[in-house]
Ligand binder design. Sequence first.
Ligand SMILES: NC(=O)c1ccc[n+]([C@@H]2O[C@H](COP(=O)([O-])OP(=O)(O)OC[C@H]3O[C@@H](n4cnc5c(N)ncnc54)[C@H](OP(=O)(O)O)[C@@H]3O)[C@@H](O)[C@H]2O)c1
Length: 431
Amino acid sequence: MKTIKVGLLGIGNVGSGTYLALEMNCAAIEKSAGVHVEIAKILNRRPEAKRAVDVPREKYTADPYEIINDPEIQIIAEVMGGIEPATTYMADALKAGKHVVTANKAALAVNGKQLQQLAMDNHVMLRFEASVGGGIPIINAVADPLVSNQYDEVLGILNGTTNYILTKMTENGADYADVLRDAQAKGFAEADPTGDVEGIDVANKLSILISLLFGKRILPQDIPTTGITSISGIDISYATEFGYKIKLIAHAQRTPEGLTYSVEPTLLPVSHPMAAVSNEFNAVFVRGNAVDELMFYGKGAGPLPTGSAVLGDIIDIANCIAKGAAFDVQPLLHYDSKMPSLGEGSAQYYMRMTAIDRPGILGHIASTFAKHDIGLQSVMQRAGDNDRKTSVPLIFICYTTERRILNEALNEIRADGYATSIDAVMRVQDR
Ligand SMILES: NC(=O)c1ccc[n+]([C@@H]2O[C@H](COP(=O)([O-])OP(=O)(O)OC[C@H]3O[C@@H](n4cnc5c(N)ncnc54)[C@H](OP(=O)(O)O)[C@@H]3O)[C@@H](O)[C@H]2O)c1
């Protein structure tokens, strides 16, 4: 049986999970794939540190180029994270004729175009199943068995930490800060959770999905992104009354005018299949023009689920090498669509504001919305919900409108002094 040698760059969560998944399933892999995959060298800058897996010390090196330039190593799995030096190492590996597997959404979202070009120029493969949705096989599925589709829409719950926090806030009526502390204690949130709770991690993943599904290069920083830090328990309970759950949703949609996209807390109808995705689980929902609706569900993070995806890519490539298959039929990421990029576009919106408790105020606010051609689907006034008798919370759900126009109307309502504060504005997914 042919042995394919692999180099790992990094031995943290995902590196250890990849190593362990191979140890656990080595015999089954050999039987089904017909190749022996060996992790031959591992980049470890702290060889004395305790790692989650037992690795023979002679596999470790502190020099990445001992792996990148090793003529026996054919596949390199980059599981270090960060944009640099990971991008440079991947680029150098591709130039050295190595196939590259990566879990690194941050590097891929920004440098995927350059890396993919290098892979094509050097007739090697660049695979990145683990970069979006961890263990969920979304990338290879949309690129391979679903390639016959033109995609109309994608919705993703792509961050386990934020989904866990929102689930607990919904189930227990608990506040964001308390749930975050609990999530950190249970290992579902990092000590510094900024990248997760501010939506940055999800924007990286949406950027990759957009190039894959819609053929456009939208950098993460150009995706309108709102995290979950300002969601309050009161919005969750109002949403429940209206028949919705609040989830942090990555959304992109092909419209007649162009591509719309955002990462933001979104009210999903409880009947929507994505509304049932709870705790640390992730899901991706796509609408293809041939396959119609599809949903992928699973663990979006964790050493073994993510290691499973990394290893899957490694085995696929090893299989191609063993069979002498062509590598120049790439991929996956596309950047050639001429569709205009529209940002948030149009949607229904949920709004909560605090208004002066005076006769006629609700009418003034409704007529300001009407002036901007914004129709109101639901209106709720809850005098008893506010301690101060001089103000009252007003909750609206409007019909589909452009976010830009909604912002103009809200600015006018604020400037007219009808509302003392606009406390929440969230997208509502209508189907
Ligand atoms: N964790 C997940 O569940 C998950 C899911 C999907 C995708 N990913 C992606 O997978 C990648 C790895 O994540 P992770 O959670 O495994 O991170 P991690 O636990 O922090 O592990 C990173 C590893 O890379 C090493 N490393 C980092 N920078 C290095 C450098 N400049 N030189 C040498 N070694 C370096 C670290 O060494 P030290 O141990 O010495 O610091 C560590 O061994 C990231 O791109 C992440 O976004 C992670």
